[in-house]
Design a protein. Structure first.
Length: 572
């Protein structure tokens, strides 16, 4: 477990000593949550929150992230607002709070009646409700924000915080305003939680949420009971046939992830044709249909579904410990997403199979998505001019004035925000900040910033290609990407098993630079070591992205030098 702080000006009120806070947390864990002991990372995060410090906790699936905010909420005066991305996840979280009889809890979402929402908000305002779970889209109403502000919440929790990076820039921009929402609520202590986030994603979470002097707690990502493998195919038909055969043979239950709704339905049907109890799940299904598929897969007895074939819409908050395999019929958009999804296997600690069924041509779809969302400087200029005319405007108003699509407006606003030219308000409106007369120059700069983000998204897809095609240890590859050191061989992935069968002289030697250590290049500046392959070192540089360097060149000296295991501050 590692932690670091990002210094910011300002001081908080003096809090009780850490030892006293830790003792309170342990007593609450035992007395209220029936937990015999807390893990070190849980203790560190809870004490940080109780001391009034913003905290980002990156803990693997099954490590008790919910317990962190539950304990803190019970010990802090004032209600707790939990931002959670999916209705199914919100219901699961409320169910657990109610089952443990911790404190009154409620949900505010689109499926609750207006009367029910008003009642829940009133209970929070009157301090009769401790936990309020909602999605970021539910925080757009000024009246609702004012009502929550008057309730004086003590804790603002952003669960599944990686969604800020993965979803906020595209189809759920409300994630990008959560920093402003927290400000509007009176700056309660902020706790962000996620199971997987590479160093770059952690930095974006901290920045987007406007966290002050945060403690970043990162516990070990390794899931040693997950057996990692990739099977490569030349044709789509061959790949899908092999996947069905593997799912039929595999120990159940299991999850098959696909990229499209059509694949979800077709593969589930193919499995049912082989006498498998299979259901499908995707975002286009009705709420009733999705709920039915979920329940069939989760039911503990009777005749539950053995396999669920699903898009990425399925998985968050799904508490089924005995999942024996997670197969991917299509490559994911990033290593973060892939590790999140395979992490749903083997939560009971027993062996689980994580297999990617890979065809190089599949990368085309992901590259297309990564390359979409391009916005021209002339289009950004339209958005800037509309904002300067209105000073403060809703994105919908900007769409009407400019005639641009929602995706174009969102992309333009995000680019301007990353330059510090505009600010998202808690209401969802956007305010212009910079007043330079050269609108064209500002628009061009913002368009270039968006292009750089598109390039970063493309690099994430290339990282998945590299994972699928690596000849090295797959576990080392993943952990290196996530910023965690790993041994040269895990012994529990397909590549390590192949290497073990080879002569010892063919096994790679100990790497010259440890994965996740920081280096500096004479031309490209600082970077993080991702992995060492047989003849080259793979480094992710801040300035130019992923680069492969020949070990023979590095050993001659003068090109690459180590600068330690911790990331140096920007500007050094």
């Amino acid at each position: 477990m590692t932690s670091h702080r990002t210094p910011k000006p300002g001081k908080r009120a003096k809090a009780p000593a850490a030892e006293e806070l830790l003792q309170r947390a342990r007593e609450t864990a035992r007395g209220r949550l029936s937990l015999d002991a807390l893990r070190p990372a849980q203790e560190e995060a809870v004490v940080s929150v109780l001391s009034g410090r913003d905290t980002l906790a990156v803990l693997p699936t099954g490590s008790g992230k919910s317990a962190i905010y539950q304990i803190a909420a019970l010990l802090l005066d004032g209600p707790t607002v939990v931002v959670s991305p999916l209705i199914a996840l919100q219901r699961d979280q409320v169910g657990k709070v109610q089952q443990q009889e911790l404190a009154p809890a409620a949900i505010v979402n689109s499926q609750e009646t207006a009367a029910g929402q008003r009642e829940a908000l009133a209970a929070v305002s009157e301090q009769r409700m401790e936990f309020l779970f909602l999605a970021p889209e539910q925080l757009g109403s000024p009246e609702r924000l004012q009502q929550l502000r008057e309730a004086r919440p003590s804790l603002f929790v952003v669960d599944e915080a990686h969604c800020i990076s993965e979803w906020g820039h595209d189809f759920r921009p409300d994630y990008l305003k959560l920093g402003a929402v927290r400000q509007a609520l009176g700056r309660p202590v902020l706790l962000a939680l996620t199971a997987t986030a590479a160093p770059q994603v952690r930095e974006e979470i901290v920045t987007r949420l406007r966290m002050e002097d945060p403690l970043v707690v990162v516990s070990g990502f390794d899931r040693p009971n997950l057996h990692l493998a990739v099977e490569r195919f030349a044709s789509e038909e061959e790949k899908l046939t092999a996947l069905v055969e593997a799912a039929v043979r595999a120990e159940k239950p299991g999850i098959v992830y696909v990229a499209t709704r059509r694949h979800a339905e077709e593969l589930a049907e193919a499995l049912r044709a082989r006498s498998q109890r299979a259901v499908h799940y995707h975002g286009a299904m009705s709420r009733k249909e999705r709920s039915s598929a979920e329940q069939q897969f989760l039911m503990p007895e009777g005749e539950p579904a053995d396999v669920i074939v699903a898009t990425s819409a399925f998985g968050m908050g799904i508490d089924k410990a005995e999942v024996r395999f997670v197969f991917h019929a299509d490559i994911t958009e990033s290593m973060d997403a892939y590790y999140q999804e395979i992490g749903r296997g083997g939560r009971d600690g027993r062996r689980a199979e994580a297999v990617l069924f890979y065809r190089p041509q599949d990368l085309g779809l992901r590259r297309f998505f990564a390359g979409s969302g391009r916005v021209e400087s002339s289009q950004v200029k339209q958005v800037v001019e509309a904002l300067r005319e209105a000073e403060v405007a809703d994105p919908g108003e900007i769409r009407e004035k400019t005639g641009l699509s929602q995706a174009k407006v969102t992309s333009a606003i995000t680019g301007l925000e990353e330059l510090g030219a505009v600010e998202r308000q808690a209401s969802g409106q956007v305010a212009i900040k910079r007043s330079e007369p050269d609108t064209a120059a500002l628009a061009s700069e913002a368009a270039k910033e968006r292009e750089r983000r598109r390039e970063r998204e493309a690099e994430r897809v290339e990282m998945m290609r590299a994972y699928a095609e690596t000849a090295g240890c797959r576990r080392q590859f993943i952990l290196g990407y996530l910023g965690e050191a790993a041994p040269d061989h895990c012994g529990f992935c397909d590549t390590c098993e192949r290497q073990a069968a080879m002569a010892p002289r063919l096994r790679p030697k100990q790497p010259d630079f440890a994965p996740s250590s920081w280096v500096v290049h004479r031309d490209w500046g600082r970077g993080m070591v991702l992995r060492r392959e047989r003849t080259q070192l793979v480094v992710l540089f801040d300035s130019v992205g992923e680069r492969k360097l020949a070990l023979s060149t590095i050993r001659r000296g003068g090109v690459l030098e180590p600068i330690g295991d911790e990331r140096p501050p920007a500007g050094e």
